[in-house]
Write a protein that binds this ligand. Structure first.
Ligand code: ATP
Length: 418
């Protein structure tokens, strides 16, 4: 490390990058830490993104000292929400929508590949040495002495400038193979390349993904599915043989790219990760999709959406007829999760089936009769199974356009009276 690089001062960049009120807050943290004899550093993604000039206000702070004690000192005003995890030496300070994550500097050792590491208190240098890539192993000192000095022990800044993703040591992917998914996520997000040595290690260590627990694997896949263009990382993982470690039948091909893109154009951001998952499993058999669900320990609701997607796929032939009535579309689809219906509308090759699925999602599922049970009773229909039958018939007739007005419904209801 040269003296020059060690002394690079980013005060101006910090001022331009962080909104004034966040900068003020960070300065407050730093002053309190000075008083307690602790040192605060900005670390990880925000340092990387500041150097890239990309907005990121997920601030992670590492404290040489006791993060929980520092956070407790700072949370004296009732407007600040404090959550601490003393066992892990971490704390979160909430200021309305914005939060600051704080952690005591730590060192780690890996008892076995893929296992969660054993953690001990450490220095900033220890803390940076346990990180995934050089570009994520930089920090900016916030202590008043050395304020805004960049600390970059692994030359992360120069890798950033060259667009390279580089691990810190040759056992990195063995210790924690989730870094394979992370490397590809950053590569595709930033348009970077894997540094050749890192690429070799990654390919060598792809089989280590089997050591990763379902929960950790799911977490990393979810992070990929929250990217702007997740299909790029999915395709790349397929090329590298990493996708097949999640399920041997998964493919990151042109079909996925095209359908992910179509999904984004049609849907709200909130639903996207679930829809992407449905599309990923769309060509799997029932048994393979069950393996996928297990491999990722998917939550019950998500698993149900995937099962619904494949079950509905098996019934789409019923919607692929020009003469299908609206009431038949309704009765086939109303028991399915809307996300599963939407996934089929994007995935199906049949234009007719797709338009029936869209018709259900945009109109049919909202169709209601003007008369409810109470009104029918007042027309002389008896409560009980008869009422249910009449309500159902009214709803069917409304869907099929046989009744339009309330008077039409009343006439039909009276005609159905035994
Ligand atoms: P982004 O949120 O933009 O993907 P980030 O860098 O903030 O990027 P996080 O997943 O929030 O990503 O992780 C925060 C930091 O923790 C990373 O920058 C990295 O230094 C470290 N980190 C996260 N996961 C790992 C891992 N599996 N191995 C080593 N370090 C990790």
């Amino acid at each position: 490390m040269t003296e020059d690089r060690a002394k690079m001062n980013l005060a101006l960049q910090l001022e331009q990058y962080l909104p004034p009120w966040i900068l003020e807050l960070v300065r407050g943290v730093s002053e309190e830490a000075d008083r307690l004899g602790q040192r605060v550093y900005l670390v990880g993604g925000v340092v990387r993104d500041l150097l890239l000039g990309q907005a990121n206000f997920d601030l992670d702070l590492v404290i040489e000292g006791d993060a929980v004690r520092l956070a407790q000192q700072l949370a004296r005003s009732p407007q600040i929400k404090l959550v601490t995890h003393p066992r892990f030496g971490t704390a979160k300070l909430g200021y309305g929508d914005f939060s600051l994550d704080m952690a005591s500097a730590r060192q780690e050792t890996y008892a076995s590949p893929g296992a969660l590491p054993k953690v001990f208190p450490g220095t900033l240098s220890d803390d940076l040495s346990r990180r995934d890539f050089t570009m994520n192993a930089m920090s900016i000192c916030l202590a008043s002495k050395d304020y805004a000095i960049l600390i970059d022990p692994y030359d992360g800044k120069s890798d950033l400038e060259r667009g390279l993703i580089r691990v810190l040591h040759s056992r990195s992917f063995i210790d924690d193979a989730t870094r394979i998914l992370r490397a590809v996520r950053y590569e595709q997000r930033l348009g970077f390349s894997l540094e050749p040595g890192t690429a070799e290690l990654l390919v060598r260590d792809v089989p280590m993904l089997r050591t990763i627990s379902p929960d950790r694997m799911r977490h990393e896949l979810e992070l990929i599915l929250r990217e702007r263009h997740p299909e790029r990382a999915i395709e790349r993982l397929g090329e590298l043989g990493a996708l097949q470690q999640i399920n041997p039948q998964l493919k990151g091909n042109g079909w996925i790219a095209e359908r992910f893109d179509r999904t984004r154009k049609l849907n709200k951001a909130r639903q996207l990760p679930s829809l992407y998952l449905c599309l990923l499993v769309y060509h799997l058999s029932k048994e393979e999709s069950e393996n996928f669900i297990q491999r990722l320990n998917l939550p019950k609701n998500t698993a149900q959406v995937l099962r619904d997607t494949l079950r509905l796929k098996g019934e789409l032939c019923l919607l692929d007829r020009p003469s299908v009535k609206r009431s038949a579309v309704y009765s086939l689809l109303h028991g399915y999760n809307p996300v599963a219906i939407q996934a089929n509308a994007v995935a199906s090759e049949s234009p007719l089936a797709c338009s029936n699925l869209e018709l259900f999602l945009t109109r049919l599922r909202y169709v209601k009769t003007a008369l409810d049970g109470e009104k029918l009773i007042s027309l002389g229909i008896s409560a009980g199974p008869e009422l249910g039958r009449v309500l159902q018939e009214l709803h069917r007739a409304k869907l099929d356009g046989e009744v339009k007005t309330r008077a039409d419904e009343e006439r039909l209801a009276l005609s159905l009276k035994p």
